[in-house]
Design a protein around this ligand. Structure first.
Ligand SMILES: Nc1nc2c(ncn2[C@@H]2O[C@H](COP(=O)(O)OP(=O)(O)OP(=O)(O)O)[C@@H](O)[C@H]2O)c(=O)[nH]1
Length: 473
């Protein structure tokens, strides 16, 4: 996927800027130019690139920045924010409410993957306990109903359509009405993707939207359409109120930059990515997480750079070195989390809400303040924790005993899940080149089992590095 290449190039440009002895106008301009070239190579519209450059320049404004500002950090943050903005213009997307009848209409040109996406979307909600239904309002293409029916049967979602009715507006209206009566809470309407004349297609979309009154209109685009995405998306937007974008075929060799153009044209965020023909090859999309992964800030080696940037020299406590050696202490764990919270949310902590994770970590930090240097720098602090020490830490930080136990347990679990060999492996890996199979062989069998086998390990690696590891299937 060229988007990954684009990410690598942007990352490279930022790295070069960070490595420069002095960040002046020349270094900044070169960094921006390389980022622009990377975006251009990924088929992002030139106009959008120009806007992005101007926005970053406005935020960074080197001339006005007094000495002492961390220019590297400011530039990096501005690039990150602008990329996020390109994928999510910030307009709140409609959030359906379980149990309440919701109609979502899908539009897009033929072959974009719309019918497949409708079924994937319905199935996604079904897995979350919703009651979805599919309506085939494509009466133009012979076989469209059969295709939707097949997909619907595959995912066991009720469907509605007709072999004989030629009016898509009528079918859409009947289908939605029927499923509303049946108390379905996620009614997905698939529409036609072609017509004898383009104008007729857009008029049809308008009419289907009028009778079904959708809560959300989703524009589906094939990731390989490149620059054409802007005009295509805009044409649909002018007929119906597109509120979200789904980009399909991200598993192919598409450049993917077109997605950014579709977002700009519709001023709507990308909400899902299609990553294959199978029904479960569908991923919820979140711009910040995606850009973090694209730029590698979710990557441990990227994290090493961030450690150097974010933790003052006199407080670094050799976090990076300890990671490289695989010697994780409470202190380096704390620093890792601080940095990950600043850059990408608490990914290094157990799963759970981001806010909850941050609050939890703040509690941990307060407790760590009451610990001795010996305890903080021990690779096995649990061993040092006699009852009297736990009591003292709880009292000193104003927390309960069970809070201290919880923190120690969280650290122990993290250490257990990410053993020294793995930290070393992650650190030593080059982009995409980690021999994951080798890593799984290095783990004790019980641990591999605990992680969820090789596929669990792959998921974990993905979380750490934000990359796919093609060698592991
Ligand atoms: N590799 C890959 N193929 C996909 C993906 N999504 C859809 N496809 C395939 O793309 C082809 C076209 O998908 P459809 O769902 O029929 O497209 P459509 O937009 O509904 O087309 P019309 O019904 O002609 O308007 C099918 O062969 C799908 O299996 C995806 O995310 N990845």
């Amino acid at each position: 996927m060229v988007l990954a290449e684009m990410g690598d190039r942007i990352k490279g440009a930022l790295q070069q800027m960070r490595n420069a002895t002095v960040v002046d106008e020349r270094v900044f301009t070169e960094c921006l130019n390389e980022i622009s070239r990377a975006l251009m190579a990924a088929d992002v519209q030139i106009r959008m690139i120009g806007t992005m450059q101007a926005n970053i320049r406005k935020i960074v404004n080197l001339k006005e920045r007094a000495a002492g500002h961390n220019k590297r950090k400011i530039i990096q943050q501005a690039v990150f924010d602008e990329l996020c903005c390109m994928l999510d213009p910030g307009k709140p997307v409609f959030v359906p409410r379980k149990g309440q009848p919701t109609v979502v209409m899908f539009v897009g040109l033929q072959g974009s993957g719309k019918t497949t996406t409708c079924a994937k979307y319905a199935s996604y909600y079904q897995r979350k306990g919703w009651k979805p239904a599919l309506v085939c309002a494509d009466t133009f293409r012979a076989g469209a109903f059969d295709q939707l029916k097949q997909n619907a049967e595959k995912v066991r979602v009720p469907f509605y359509g007709s072999y004989t009715e030629t009016d898509p507006v009528k079918v859409a209206e009947e289908g939605v009405e029927r499923f509303k009566k049946e108390r379905c809470d996620m009614i997905v309407v698939d529409t036609s993707g072609r017509h004898k004349q383009e104008a007729a297609l857009f008029e049809e979309m308008r009419q289907v939207a009028e009778v079904t009154n959708p809560d959300l209109v989703v524009f589906v685009m094939d990731s390989s359409i490149g620059q054409a995405a802007f005009d295509q998306a805009q044409a649909f937007k002018q007929s119906v109120a597109v509120g979200a974008v789904v980009v399909t075929k991200m598993d192919g060799h598409a450049k993917g930059g077109g997605a950014l153009s579709a977002v700009a044209a519709t001023k709507s965020p990308v909400i899902f990515l299609g990553t294959g023909e199978h029904m479960d090859e569908f991923e919820a999309f979140e711009a910040k997480g995606f850009v973090s992964r694209l730029l590698g800030v979710g990557d441990l080696s990227g994290l090493m750079d961030r450690i150097q940037e974010a933790v003052p020299l006199d407080q670094q406590f050799e976090t990076g070195k300890k990671l490289q050696e695989g010697n994780l202490t409470l202190r380096s764990w704390c620093e890792l989390n601080q940095i990950s919270i600043q850059t990408m949310g608490p990914v290094l902590m157990s799963k759970g809400g981001e806010k909850e994770g941050q609050a939890k970590f703040k509690r941990y930090m307060t407790m760590m303040d009451s610990m001795t240097a010996e305890e903080l720098d021990s690779t096995n602090p649990c061993k040092l924790m006699k009852d009297s020490r736990i009591n003292r830490i709880a009292r000193g930080s104003g927390r309960h005993l069970h809070d201290v136990h919880e923190m120690l347990e969280a650290f122990r679990k993290f250490k257990e899940m990410v053993p020294a060999k793995m930290l070393k492996g992650l650190k030593n890996s080059k982009s995409g080149g980690m021999n994951a199979q080798h890593l799984s062989n290095a783990l004790p069998p019980q641990m591999l089992q605990q992680i969820g086998g090789v596929s669990g390990l792959q998921r974990m690696m993905k979380e750490f590095s934000g990359r796919n590891f093609p060698g592991l299937k």
